[in-house]
Design a protein around this ligand. Structure first.
Ligand SMILES: NC(=O)c1ccc[n+]([C@@H]2O[C@H](COP(=O)([O-])OP(=O)(O)OC[C@H]3O[C@@H](n4cnc5c(N)ncnc54)[C@H](O)[C@@H]3O)[C@@H](O)[C@H]2O)c1
Ligand SMILES: O=c1ccn([C@@H]2O[C@H](COP(=O)(O)OP(=O)(O)O[C@H]3O[C@H](CO)[C@@H](O)[C@H](O)[C@H]3O)[C@@H](O)[C@H]2O)c(=O)[nH]1
Length: 466
């Protein structure tokens, strides 16, 4: 397994769980040392137990030695990163190329490279040529076996996936199917395709998911303008089996190490293939998504009377989603950074992502707890829907904040409850309906403008922005 990050370490441990002998190859010395000693160098529920089980059984080991890897196996998974190139939309394939260039010269006999990284269509065919050009004696085949796991659910998604896709020559695909035999025996569908189809399945799936999120966020903008509630709307359209409720949660939009860079790399590759017109809608998907972040900054600013200078803002959440410590392209940290640039004093708290956040945004202030982050706050922004934030009792925060204003960046809080506790509750996309018998809130903080709508201004559906 080449590359032992979020994908590779999970896949390595899961393959050992299936009974295979696995050697993880990782070039980052800190990650390698951690994995060797049974520590997972990132947060993924359930993975530490699986890793230790693999190490204890002797089925799983880790190295940085390519020579050892070449001798150890004839099946080689590629799980290294394919980040966005600096200043471009295209994917940076240098890590994938470095695996081939370091491995192929050590190989002899027949070997199979199994690509799991997300790559632009056409990459596998190029790698086939690149790898075989470096082998003296033997043949290397390449198949693509895209991965669909979600961080936070990585083990279940690997051991009980919705489907397994393998693209390439029939005989090589059969060898991959053998690896997954116990999973396939449990009823998981197997789809065997050609190489370009397998590569495209992955980016098409992520593009669809990103489109679904941006669709609901675009509708959310209209809901705000019309005084409607996007969460109720999503429930209502989601009942249609053709639409489905999943991935229709409006809010701060998508981030992370996959959806944003994958839709951009897809657009770049389509352009290279002369099919750029086909994906112009993804530009809009991207820009709707980025607009959520600026709209959130505006909502916080409005909630602080239109001027962030000198305001204390607590940002709860830094990871791009709950149950992960991943802060790559995190909407929460992006908004925190923008608020700080606008003159606010921003204090961030996240249950898991503090170390990664400090590395990426060293100039923000960080707290050790929700209470510490919220002390003296003029507004509390919930930017990642960790369950511990969803369950906050507003009465616990009321005595310590400067102003009782909560902004629900993920439409995940019980707005009625916050309102009943005397807080001004606001969210992008219309404020969720409250019951007619909800008690009236006290006077709003003096800096709220007259036209800002409060929960007790209406019974029923209420917009958040005038
Ligand atoms: N993270 C996910 O949930 C997920 C899910 C599906 C697909 N993917 C795709 O999988 C790939 C990996 O993503 P990730 O999130 O695990 O990235 P990551 O950055 O967490 O992990 C990549 C690892 O590869 C290591 N590496 C780089 N060059 C190497 C080399 N030459 N030899 C050995 N190790 C090397 C890095 O040190 C790093 O630990 C990407 O293409 C991504 O799009 C990720
Ligand atoms: O209704 C929703 C659902 C998600 N999100 C956001 O979208 C982002 C991505 O979420 P999710 O897809 O759950 O996380 P990832 O772990 O990045 O997984 C995606 O990216 C992986 C890497 O390619 C794929 O393997 C997965 O199938 C695909 O879901 C996060 O910021 C979420 O907060 C929303 O805003 N609204």
């Amino acid at each position: 397994m080449f590359g032992c990050g979020y994908l590779g370490a999970t896949h390595a441990a899961c393959m050992a769980e299936l009974g295979h002998h696995v050697l993880g190859v990782e070039t980052d010395a800190h990650k390698l040392a951690a994995l060797r000693s049974g520590q997972v160098p990132f947060h993924e529920p359930g993975l530490p137990d699986l890793l230790r089980r693999g190490l204890d059984s002797g089925l799983l080991r880790f190295t940085d030695d390519y020579c050892e890897a070449a001798q150890f196996a004839d099946l080689h998974f590629i799980a290294v990163g394919t980040p966005q190139k600096k200043g471009e939309y295209a994917a940076d394939l240098s890590h994938v190329h470095s695996v081939i260039d370091r491995l192929a010269p050590h190989l002899s006999g027949r070997h199979l490279l199994i690509g799991k990284s997300t790559v632009p269509v056409g990459t596998a065919a190029d790698l086939l040529v690149r790898a075989n050009a470096q082998v003296d004696d033997g043949h290397i085949d390449v198949v693509w076996n895209p991965e669909f796991l979600r961080e936070g659910h990585a083990i279940d998604d690997t051991l009980s996936p919705d489907r397994i896709v393998v693209g390439g020559a029939a005989q090589s695909c059969e060898r991959v199917a053998e690896i997954y035999a116990p999973i396939l025996a449990a009823g998981t569908p197997l789809l065997v395709t050609d190489l370009p189809t397998a590569e495209l399945v992955k980016v098409a799936a992520n593009s669809f998911l990103a489109t679904k999120i941006s669709f609901i966020n675009a509708i959310s903008e209209v809901c705000e303008a019309a005084g409607a509630d996007v969460s109720l709307l999503a429930d209502a359209i989601g009942h249609d089996g053709r639409i489905g409720r999943r991935f229709l949660n409006a809010g701060l939009g998508f981030g992370g190490g996959c959806l944003p860079k994958d839709i951009r790399a897809f657009m770049a590759r389509a352009g290279e293939l002369g099919a750029d017109q086909a994906l112009t809608f993804l530009r809009e998907v991207d820009s709707i998504n980025m607009r959520r972040r600026t709209a959130m900054v505006e909502l916080v600013s409005t909630s602080c009377g239109g001027d962030l200078l000198g305001a204390n803002i607590a940002v709860l959440g830094a990871a791009f989603k709950p149950d992960s410590d991943d802060v790559r392209d995190s909407p929460a940290l992006n908004v925190a950074g923008q608020l700080q640039l606008r003159g606010a004093a921003v204090t961030v708290y996240d249950p898991c992502a503090m170390a990664n956040s400090r590395r990426l945004f060293p100039t923000l202030s960080y707290a050790q707890s929700v209470q510490e982050a919220c002390a003296g706050a003029d507004a509390v922004l919930v930017a990642t829907e960790w369950s511990q934030f969803v369950e906050i009792d507003p009465d616990d925060l009321s005595p310590i904040v400067r102003r009782r204003v909560v902004i629900d960046g993920r439409r995940c809080l019980p707005g009625d409850r916050w309102h009943a506790a005397g807080w001004v509750y606001r969210a992008l996309g219309g404020t969720p309906v409250r019951h007619a018998n909800t008690p009236k809130s006290p006077e709003p903080p003096h800096f709220l403008r007259d036209h800002d709508v409060r929960l007790d201004d209406h019974v029923g559906v209420v917009p958040t922005l005038a």
